[in-house]
Design a protein around this ligand. Structure first.
Ligand SMILES: [Fe+2]
Length: 244
């Protein structure tokens, strides 16, 4: 991976305060502060041991990723929501929802829902509450993100089982943040993320967020999962960031 323009910060989510020595931490407010979408109420228990690790890049383009994005309490509640949604997937999930296309070809094979449409009130969803955390950290110290000042997002929950993929495409967002989740131990191969125009591939990691400009082409390699391991595939929480 290209690491030019690299900067890194370890951020303890229980202690995100302005004025610390880290240039990134200075940009980060407490995780329960930002309410960019009316009705949101982030938080839900912050483990004192939880540390997010933020890696930001300015070359060959601006993007950043966050390891260990959610804390244990948040993950437990998110997984309970994913289990419920998966258990009712035939009624809830839609195939290839609003997929990118190229010359009439649908570029992905997965299922999902737009969470903001699914819930009448976003407070009913752990995922839609906890993913407010992105607004506390996205102003990383790169020219694109530092003053981006997006003030709304839409959340697409996607699930990739055996054979799932997403071919190279652009998003209609100003920026997109994808958070990856899967059950451990991992039972599939593939599902890696790429920026093919820049020959950058990022191996799939659990509880990992990557954020990039929507006009940077990106893709997901095919997931290969044994049929008996159905339900152990690749989840992605995509937040499409925009200005109102
Ligand atoms: Fe995309």
């Amino acid at each position: 991976m290209v690491e030019q323009g690299f900067c890194k910060a370890q951020v303890a989510s229980s202690n995100l305060v302005r004025g610390s020595q880290s240039s990134i931490a200075q940009l980060v407010e407490q995780v329960t502060v930002n309410h960019p979408v009316p009705g949101s109420s982030p938080g839900g228990g912050v483990s004192k041991k939880h540390i997010m690790e933020i890696h930001a890049f300015s070359k060959p383009f601006c993007y950043f990723y966050v390891e260990n994005f959610y804390n244990e309490t948040e993950l437990d509640l998110i997984w309970s929501e994913l289990e419920y949604l998966y258990s009712n997937r035939e009624k809830i999930f839609v195939s290839n929802l609003k997929s990118a296309t190229y010359e009439g070809e649908i570029l992905k094979d997965n299922v999902g829902i737009f969470m903001d449409d699914f819930y009448q009130n976003r407070d009913y969803s752990h995922i839609l509450n906890f993913n407010r955390k992105l607004f506390d950290i996205y102003n990383v110290d790169t020219w694109f993100f530092k003053h981006l000042n997006v003030d709304k997002d839409g959340t697409l929950l996607s699930y990739y089982e055996n054979g799932g993929y997403y071919k190279p495409h652009y998003d209609g967002s100003v920026a997109t943040a994808c958070t990856w989740l899967f059950k451990e131990p991992k039972r599939f191969i593939g599902g890696n993320f790429s920026f093919p125009e820049f020959d950058i591939e990022i191996e799939l990691k659990n509880n990992f967020l990557i954020c990039f400009p929507g006009q940077i082409k990106h893709s997901v390699s095919e997931v290969k999962l044994n049929p008996e391991d159905a339900g152990y595939g690749r989840w992605c929480i995509s937040q499409f960031l925009n200005h109102r």
